[in-house]
Design a protein. Structure first.
Length: 135
């Protein structure tokens, strides 16, 4: 399970076919094991307009999906939480402002910090390869 129609291990070409408006670019310095970063703007998720950043590892395979609402408001955070809960059930865990759903191949995390007019809301889908045994 990954986000939307994406699948873990997709290549940049696979993603470009799925999202023709996608634009590839360099990774940010803090992104470990990142080979390519692909951004898709204006995606609707649970009624919330988001930018989607798909990160490919150094071998060129999809490893992380990050969604950031255009407006990081409490209303948008609540809409994402409601949509995730409806789709996946209650979160596996919650710590302060982070809700997490853990599955065999994927960890989904919603982080929301809202204070007055300032807010940060991020939704991530992370491949759990590091937890899978080496065969």
């Amino acid at each position: 399970r990954c986000w939307g129609q994406t699948k873990w291990g997709m290549t940049a070409a696979d993603i470009q076919r799925l999202f023709p408006s996608a634009k590839a670019g360099p990774c940010t310095p803090h992104q470990k094991n990142c080979g390519t970063r692909i951004e898709v703007p204006g995606i609707d998720v649970a009624g919330v307009k988001c930018s989607v950043i798909l990160t490919l590892d150094k071998s060129g395979k999809l490893d992380l999906v990050l969604l950031a609402p255009a407006a990081p408001t409490r209303k948008n955070a609540d809409a994402l939480l409601s949509g995730l809960t409806e789709k996946y059930g209650r979160p596996t865990s919650r710590e302060q402002n982070v809700w997490t759903w853990t599955f065999t191949t994927t960890t989904i995390s919603l982080s929301a910090i809202i204070s007055g007019d300032f807010g940060m809301v991020f939704l991530s889908y992370q491949r759990r390869a590091s937890l899978q045994p080496n065969l």
